[in-house]
Ligand binder design. Structure first.
Ligand code: ARG
Length: 458
């Protein structure tokens, strides 16, 4: 029997290179499980519509479950005519249950079928990535708890700016990742619209009730209201690839910080051996490859987003074979991000912070803003205070002295009412403790945020 699902009107088989170009089984076999779930639901709908008997439905369901297990156990044997996962499953089902298999595709097209399967897969993928993100968030929260009081320089323009705590730095990434999780949930909500029953493009004329399908397929909460859109829509792929790409961008920023911080020049952290590699030539080297790969692979995630956007751009309604190109970028981004998030979580969990190196990188100039704030507390308008402290910073540079060693006469030259109490300002721990506005770096605030995250992530 010819298992091509469309062979009837063809006098000749496809050319060999066309077959290889057209076949998608080698990658869409990953949809086996969700495709079978969709088919089981479809068989039920066919029975409800009186299009197959209860016995046929039972045979199909049992046969499909056998095929599901063959895939799960790695026992499924592909045959040369298995054009795509849908063809392969139907071919195998026919081998297992015979005639009823020929009725399964009643009223259905691979167009609504593949759209349904990929949505189901994508919903599961988004859930999986969300859990991985949570794993990384937890690792960051744990470091934040450990280092709520650990002082380090905060940067703007990669120039030392003001003292912060390492815990506060960790929690900045937790916030980013939380938005990533929300974006996944948000995109998933729109993926829960069921295309099945839309037929090839125009709807089904055999009386299959689509609403009931959402009961059997409980990941879906609505049926697509327009059959053309149902088979042509891949927005959910684009949206999730965007969410994956932005998460990748966040990982690349985390990675870049840690590449810098783990260098000898900074020395703020040491990555575990398990997440570093060496050099084949230079025996002393320990390279932060885990972080470099996170940074580099964000490029793939962006590339895959551009791929799907480009595939969809300008496509006429409805289904076009171009859309078969939706799967490989999706699978690639999923796998890349899934593993990347695991590596990131473990590398963060095992990194050792070096508080003494962080403290050594702080200098008095980073407290210049605190000095200006002190002048403000004494009634000086901030703009003037900024100028006065700027002059003090310049004097200190001219005299090659840190601010705290500048003679009191220099302070009094810019602000006569300053006394020796001004030197007490040059304490980064005090500076940080004073940043106790909501969202500030004060250790107390960091600890509150750690508690909040512990609750949210529990
Ligand atoms: N393998 C195809 C895909 O992934 C399935 C849909 C085929 N539909 C069709 N009309 N040829 O898009």
């Amino acid at each position: 029997m010819d298992h091509r699902l469309w062979g009837g009107r063809f006098a000749a088989p496809n050319a060999e290179e066309m077959r290889r170009y057209n076949d998608s089984f080698r990658f869409d076999r990953r949809l086996a499980d969700v495709d079978i779930t969709g088919s089981v639901a479809w068989a039920g709908a066919l029975e409800q519509a009186g299009l197959i008997s209860a016995e046929e439905c039972e045979a199909l369901t049992q046969g499909l479950e056998l095929v599901r297990r063959e895939f799960a156990d790695g026992r499924f044997e592909p045959k040369p005519g298995d054009e795509d996962i849908h063809t392969a499953i139907e071919r195998r089902l026919h081998e297992l249950v015979g005639e009823p298999a020929l009725r399964l595709h009643t009223g259905r097209s691979r167009n609504d079928q593949v759209a349904t399967s990929l949505r189901l897969f994508a919903i599961g993928a988004a859930r999986q990535v969300g859990e991985r993100i949570q794993g990384l968030q937890l690792a960051l929260v744990e470091q934040a708890e450990r280092h709520a009081d650990t002082l380090m320089p905060g940067y703007t323009h990669l120039q030392r700016a003001q003292p912060i705590t390492f815990g506060h730095w960790c929690l900045a990434y937790v916030e980013m990742l939380e938005r990533d999780r929300q974006r996944l949930e948000d995109a998933t909500a729109r993926a829960r619209t069921l295309p099945l029953g839309a037929g090839a493009l125009a709807g089904n004329s055999l009386g299959v009730e689509r609403e009931r399908l959402t009961e059997a397929l409980d990941e879906f909460d609505a049926v697509a209201a327009n059959s053309l859109d149902a088979v042509a829509d891949r927005d959910f792929v684009a949206e999730l690839l965007f969410a994956f790409a932005l998460t990748g961008v966040h990982l690349s920023r985390l990675a870049e910080d840690l590449v810098l911080y783990s260098s000898a020049e900074f020395g703020f952290v040491e990555l575990a051996d398990e997440y570093s590699t060496g050099s084949s030539l230079m025996p002393q080297k320990k390279n932060p490859d885990s972080m470099e790969l996170l940074r580099g692979k964000s490029g793939r995630l962006l590339g895959n987003l551009v791929t799907i956007m480009t595939v969809l751009k300008g496509l006429p309604l409805t289904y076009n074979k171009d859309m078969q190109e939706d799967k490989e970028p999706f699978f690639d981004s999923l796998d890349t991000l899934d593993l990347g998030l695991q590596v990131a979580a473990a590398a963060v969990a095992t990194l050792v912070a070096r508080p003494e190196r962080m403290a050594a990188a702080l200098d008095d100039s980073m407290l210049a803003t605190d000095l200006a704030d002190e002048l403000v507390r004494r009634g000086v308008p901030f703009r003037e205070a900024h100028g006065k402290v700027g002059r003090l910073v310049r004097r200190a540079m001219e005299l090659h002295l840190p601010l705290r060693q500048l003679p009191i006469a220099e302070y009094q030259a810019v602000q006569p009412d300053l006394g020796h109490e001004v030197y007490a300002l040059f304490d980064p721990a005090r500076s940080v403790a004073r940043k106790d506005s909501l969202g500030g770096t004060a250790p107390q605030r960091v600890r509150e945020q750690v508690a909040r995250w512990r609750d949210l992530l529990a």
